[in-house]
Design a protein around this ligand. Structure first.
Ligand SMILES: Nc1nc2c(ncn2[C@@H]2O[C@H](COP(=O)(O)OP(=O)(O)OP(=O)(O)O)[C@@H](O)[C@H]2O)c(=O)[nH]1
Ligand SMILES: [Mg+2]
Length: 259
């Protein structure tokens, strides 16, 4: 079995389990989180008309057509965060790119090719990882011709989709599965399941994310003195003495505003 930098999970007593990571990247507001939720068929990531909403990298394990992979949502590349978290958001994107077995590079057919898309293209081309270009927001067939705008990115023809209109999900999913590294033996299925799940809750700014990072021994989630830094709930897998755990970092609970 080929083991690459993209392979991650081990479970005590069992051989290494290979779970490829598929990372979604793109400039802000192209619909990355919406696409993430669409593929995993759950409302995990916050979708919002405002640019720069996603900060952490979100992971969801997906099983499609018998293949298992971790789908990762990331913040908008090139977004200048008003809370001063730009470098940390970018570091999360970089971690996603580094661990990816496949990159889904999302663009928006409605707004066409923007300089920020070229910047994303430059960055993904620096990796040696396969890239699938996904042109989102083609809510209607008339948008399909605009997909050619993105040819000059040099990534290849985009897969044209609309999450809103549920267009071409099957093609996208099939394409992801085709690009995954080789399958692992059937008997290992499910071996990557955590032995224990922990949910971390508490008021804003009490140090929940800092605690999760201490467990994971890495800067897995963004921490800062700014209350409300964590916006999405984030699954964090980590191991202690060969045992696998899943911690669930949650946004801080806010007191209901008194009027
Ligand atoms: N018309 C149209 N709008 C879409 C589609 N997919 C997503 N959107 C909208 O695009 C906006 C941005 O969506 P998000 O998923 O939050 O975008 P994002 O790329 O994750 O944004 P950041 O995390 O801020 O970088 C939201 O208002 C979505 O409803 C689509 O297929 N068609
Ligand atoms: Mg997002």
């Amino acid at each position: 079995m080929a083991v690459s930098k993209n392979m991650n999970v081990s479970t005590k007593g069992l051989p290494k389990v290979i779970v490829p990571k598929v990372v979604i990247v793109g400039r802000p507001n192209v619909g990355k989180s919406t696409l993430f939720n669409w593929i995993v068929e759950k409302r995990i990531a916050i979708e919002d008309p405002t640019a720069g909403v996603t900060r952490d990298r979100l992971v969801q394990r997906v099983e499609i057509e018998g293949r298992v992979f971790d789908l990762i949502d990331t913040g908008g590349m090139g977004f200048d965060d008003p809370d001063g978290l730009t470098a940390q958001i970018d570091a999360q994107i970089e971690s996603g790119l580094t661990e990816a077995a496949l990159i889904l590079f999302v663009v928006d057919v409605r707004s066409g090719l923007l300089p920020a898309d070229r910047e994303v293209a430059r960055r993904v081309r620096r990796t040696s990882t396969p890239v699938l270009l996904v042109a989102n927001k083609a809510d209607d067939q008339k948008f399909d011709v605009h997909a050619h705008d993105f040819d000059e990115l040099g990534i290849g023809p985009p897969l044209v989709v609309s999450v809103r209109q549920n267009r071409n999900r099957e093609d996208l999913v099939e394409s992801i599965v085709e690009h995954l590294p080789e399958a692992w033996p059937d008997e290992l299925e499910g071996a990557g399941l955590p032995e224990m799940k922990l949910t971390i809750v508490g008021r804003r700014n009490v140090g929940k994310s800092t605690f999760v990072n201490a467990l994971a021994h890495e800067e897995r989630v963004i921490t800062s003195p700014v209350a409300g830094t964590t916006r999405d709930s984030v699954d964090v897998r980590f191991e202690v003495d060969g045992h696998s755990f899943l911690a669930f970092d949650t946004p801080g609970l806010r007191r209901a505003k008194s009027r």
